[in-house]
Design a protein around this ligand. Structure first.
Ligand code: HMG
Ligand code: MG
Length: 308
């Protein structure tokens, strides 16, 4: 399979952690419900391709996201090599109970930077979401779990339009104060551009939350995800969320399309000589296999180019 010529650039990290969200962010938005056997094989293939952090599913209300209603069964079925992290999404204490019962070691809560999306996605106000999260993080940390905190709608909201940077930082800081070890800054509808990324990361730094504690999560609606990611890497971020084959979206956010495709990210990082540990040919094979299961080609440009 073709590879990019390796030509390093200055100002980049030596290694990047790819936080794979395909099984969760990808499959939560599928019109049809993917069979649990297919999910198991998908996750195991991702691990075999070298991904070491795979967000596998969500313990949300099954009526809100029926695509992931099989979370508990899925977790009893997957077998991952030692060292592979398998976080799950949890919105509230009921979700945490279910996740603890399933024996997870790591969870992610998901907050909204805007009032409108808090209502649509969590059925709560912006302030109420923290009342919901506080006991979740407290109990999870006491149980020895690592807790990631997502902030959604960081760069724009389909109902409210522009989102003030200080509002995003305010939400992120509250998640950090609750005990989240890492914040993932979500461009839920894919509208960010590089200057905005730099400004947001600067504002977090000024608030005492440096790039070592931040991850970036770009949806690729407007084709900006790779440029935005490179900007974040230059600012010192070393954890990047992406989804195999570019699957993804949020059923409660108008106009949210797939995440940055993991293959597109890995092609760029391989070319730059930045280590990810991901075997690109194996990953492409996995996305081609998954595309066959879903009945449509992958949207990833790299998958299309390499599998064509
Ligand atoms: P609600 O209806 O307000 O829930 O939903 P409630 O607390 O009023 O409870 C109602 C009933 O649901 C109760 O049952 C609860 O036990 C049950 P009853 O007593 O009536 O029999 N219930 C649950 N059952 C199973 N699991 C649970 C659970 N919670 C309550 N966890 C809720 C509130 C938060 C649950 C709901 O709004 C929800 O599930 N939302 C999730 C939406 C979602 O998953 N969105 C996609 C993920 S976010 C995303 O994609 C963005 C991200 O990728 C970053 C980015 O791109 O920006 C992360
Ligand atoms: Mg997302």
């Amino acid at each position: 399979m073709r590879k990019p010529q390796r030509v390093p650039a200055t100002g980049l990290p030596e290694r990047v952690t790819v936080y794979e969200v395909g099984p969760r962010d990808g499959l939560q938005n599928e019109k049809s419900i993917v069979d649990v056997d297919v999910k198991v094989e998908f996750i195991q293939r991702l691990a075999a391709a070298g991904l070491t952090t795979i967000e596998t599913t969500s313990f949300v209300h099954p009526k809100w996201v029926p695509q992931l209603a099989d979370a508990a069964e899925l977790l009893t079925r997957i077998q991952l090599p030692t060292g592979v992290r398998a976080p799950v999404l949890v919105p509230n204490e009921r979700g945490l109970d279910r996740a603890l019962e399933a024996g997870v070691a790591e969870i992610a809560i998901f907050a909204s930077a805007t009032e409108s999306f808090a209502v649509k996605n969590l059925n709560s106000t912006l302030d109420e979401q923290f009342t919901m999260f506080e006991p979740v993080v407290g109990r999870a940390v006491d149980a020895g779990l690592a807790v990631r905190g997502y902030v959604s709608m960081c760069y724009g909201d389909p109902w409210e339009g522009e989102v003030p940077i200080d509002q995003v930082v305010g939400v992120g800081a509250r998640l950090a104060d609750l005990g989240c070890h890492e914040l993932s800054l979500g461009d839920t509808i894919g509208v960010a551009t590089p200057g905005h990324v730099t400004a947001l990361l600067d504002a977090f730094r000024v608030a005492g939350i440096g790039p070592g504690r931040l991850a970036v999560h770009f949806h690729d609606t407007y084709g900006q995800a790779l440029a935005n990611t490179l900007t974040a890497l230059r600012a010192g971020v070393t954890t990047v969320d992406s989804s195999a084959g570019g699957l993804g979206g949020c059923p409660y956010a108008e106009s949210a399309t797939g995440n940055l495709a993991t293959e597109d990210l890995v092609w760029q990082l391989d070319g730059l000589g930045v280590e990810t540990g991901v075997d690109l040919p194996k990953l492409v094979e996995t996305s081609v296999w998954m595309a066959e299961r879903l009945g449509r080609p992958s949207v990833s440009r790299v998958v299309q180019a390499l599998a064509g």
